[in-house]
Design a protein around this ligand. Structure first.
Ligand SMILES: Cc1cc2nc3c(=O)[nH]c(=O)nc-3n(C[C@H](O)[C@H](O)[C@H](O)COP(=O)(O)OP(=O)(O)OC[C@H]3O[C@@H](n4cnc5c(N)ncnc54)[C@H](O)[C@@H]3O)c2cc1C
Length: 269
């Protein structure tokens, strides 16, 4: 079951409900999942069979579905209703799916994962764009220490989606180094005490902000989370292929690809 509601000109909210969500019990801010959608973006996904090893085995008589990352915006364990917000960025399989899906179509949500862990810190720095706005909105609601938020969104209407004090940058989607988001972050005056930083946006934007967080602001390794939520010019599949090539090359070179620091350097090298 699903409903779709326009939140602002730039965002739609999808609400899904199903017994399968009973398995989602450890609920944290900014939790992300994989949305499994038909490759042409229309209709329902037929549920996979689960192999003895726990892997999904998709029906052979139709093309394998595609996957996209999204963030839990709200979840009610009693009614098993989960809402996620989609940034309407233009063309993409998820955008086509959104335009074509109807109440009653089946969407598959898989791979629920943690994207944020609040450390014992004095201040949070949260940086993102439209794709991580839902994550930042839920992180802000969960915090009990001060946070500085830098957020790119297309229109002032999107301000209604995040509570609290946000330094807004209104612009079309940002990609690559030297973005207005990066320039704004470089003006951040670090408060005293232990600082935790979380940054999720386009890969090139994050790649250029990350060294500033480490080298200039002195954010410690345990207090830093940087992640690419999309890659300019690449579909999500293209992005996964780029990551897989880097991962395989690192493994061949003998690097420990289970080490989070190695994974981060692969993501942003
Ligand atoms: C952990 C995680 C959580 C995420 N949570 C959310 C969320 O809650 N809401 C949300 O909207 N997105 C979220 N994203 C980002 C989303 O998965 C990507 O934007 C995804 O590429 C969208 O799929 P698509 O089918 O629309 O576009 P794709 O088919 O993947 O890409 C098509 C084209 O659009 C471009 N593109 C993709 N996204 C954008 C964008 N935002 N702006 C401009 N161009 C873009 C690509 O570079 C490509 O050229 C999340 C990503 C991750 C990894």
């Amino acid at each position: 079951m699903q409903t779709i509601e326009a939140l602002t000109p730039g965002f739609s909210r999808v609400t899904v409900q199903g017994d399968g969500l009973a398995a989602y019990r450890t609920i944290r801010p900014a939790d992300a999942f994989t949305l499994v959608i038909p490759p042409d973006g229309t209709g329902s996904v037929r549920m996979p069979r689960i192999s003895p090893a726990g892997a999904p085995v998709w029906p052979q008589d139709r093309p394998t579905p595609l996957t996209r990352g999204f963030t839990v915006r709200t979840f009610d364990p009693d009614t098993r209703r989960l809402a996620f917000d989609v940034a309407l960025h233009g063309d993409g399989t998820a955008i086509t799916w959104l335009a074509n899906t109807r109440p009653g179509d089946t969407a598959v949500l898989a791979g629920m994962r943690r994207e944020f862990h609040a450390g014992d810190v004095d201040h949070h720095l949260l940086i993102g764009d439209s794709t991580s706005l839902p994550a930042i909105a839920s992180i802000v609601e969960s915090l009990d220490v001060p946070a500085t938020v830098f957020l790119q969104a297309e229109t002032p209407a999107d301000r209604s989606l995040v509570k609290g004090d946000v330094r807004w940058i209104h612009s079309p989607p940002l990609a690559g180094p030297g973005s207005v988001l990066e320039q704004a972050v470089r003006g951040f005056r670090r408060p005293a005490g232990r600082l935790q930083a979380w940054c999720a946006a386009e890969a090139g934007v994050v790649r250029s902000i990350r060294p500033y967080l480490v080298d200039e602001l002195g954010v410690g390794r345990d207090d830093l989370h940087t992640v690419a939520y999309w890659i300019a010019g690449e579909t999500a599949e293209g992005g996964d292929a780029v990551r897989m090539r880097a991962y395989n090359k690192a493994a061949e070179e003998g690097l420990d690809v289970t080490d989070p620091a190695v994974l981060q350097s692969l993501e942003f090298s």
